[in-house]
Design a protein around this ligand. Structure first.
Ligand code: ATP
Length: 272
């Protein structure tokens, strides 16, 4: 799994690091040439305005060179997505059409066998080389489930972790995450000073919407379109998606996941 080894200089300096000590020269060069690659994964069943706003904000707040949006395959321990992998991919493309520095990445849908975020980050790290900052962002609800993910402690070998505050989600960290953050927690701005290994919490303006609520409202005939971009709403309507209960959804033949990584599919309310 780990083919690119990060030199010491690339790893988060942790508690010894002073986030505000980055030189003005460093900051100036950052402004002139965006660097750093963001990763935002999820089921996106469907992608909604909450996702779009967060991903755009994530890119802009940290001036990232690009953000990879990575839809997950079929999870065995969460309901099968109601729409296929190809449909979720297409909805993502529609949702971000015209946005620069945001790329829809289908590597998890293409990968055979089990697909874990740690492997995804390792494959991206392999492409980027050792020194490019890689930032894996996830909602606070998903972050709180991180200790249940496959090889979760290895995530920081390849990337920084960015926990995004989400409305209505209590962010009291369990002791295991508090311990993990010790020595790794930095201010968001400091993430671009190293390649991987740090953790930051980033408050973003977020919309109180979930894909579950979109599916439920669509199924119940309530207003649902406003939570989606018009192109995604049209796509759903044209294809008659989400008219059935999510349990009756399509099987897109995507990669299986194991019970060891329930929280991989972030935002899920049925993690077992
Ligand atoms: P579901 O309701 O089906 O669980 P979801 O809306 O939570 O879906 P996911 O695709 O499971 O969306 O989540 C992908 C990522 O998006 C996760 O990191 C999750 O925390 C984040 N996320 C979900 N909803 C929002 C929102 N309204 N604002 C910001 N981030 C969100």
């Amino acid at each position: 799994m780990e083919t690119v080894s990060l030199g010491e200089a690339a790893i988060c300096p942790g508690l010894t690091h002073r986030p505000h000590a980055a030189s003005s020269q460093h900051r100036a060069s950052r402004l002139s040439s965006p660097r750093g690659v963001g990763v935002f994964g999820g089921t996106f069943d469907p992608v909604h305005r909450g996702h779009v706003a967060s991903i755009v904000d994530f890119r802009d707040r940290l001036s990232l060179a690009r953000v990879l949006v990575i839809p997950a395959g079929v999870p065995p321990h969460r309901d099968t997505p109601a729409s296929s992998g190809a449909q979720r991919l297409e909805m993502l493309r529609l949702a971000f059409e015209g946005e620069t520095r945001i790329e829809i990445d289908d590597r998890e849908l293409k990968r055979s066998g089990r697909s874990f975020m740690v492997d995804t980050l390792a494959s991206i790290r392999e492409e980027l080389g050792a020194s490019e900052p890689l930032l894996f962002a996830l909602g606070m609800d998903a972050y709180l489930t991180l200790p249940t993910w496959h090889k979760w402690e290895a995530l920081t070998r390849f990337a920084h972790i960015v926990a995004l505050a989400r409305p209505g989600i209590e962010s009291v960290l369990p002791p295991v995450l508090q311990a993990w953050e010790a020595g790794r927690r930095v201010a968001p701005d400091a993430l671009l000073d190293s390649a991987a290994g740090c953790i930051a919490h980033l408050e973003l303006s977020q919309l109180d919407v979930s894909a579950t609520a979109v599916r439920d409202r669509r199924g119940a005939g309530s207003d649902w379109r406003n939570w989606l971009t018009p192109a995604v709403a049209d796509y759903i309507e044209t294809r008659g998606l989400y008219l059935q209960s999510p349990d009756a959804g399509a099987d897109d033949g995507g990669p299986a996941r194991t019970p060891a990584e329930p929280g991989r599919l972030a935002g899920t309310t049925n993690p077992a």
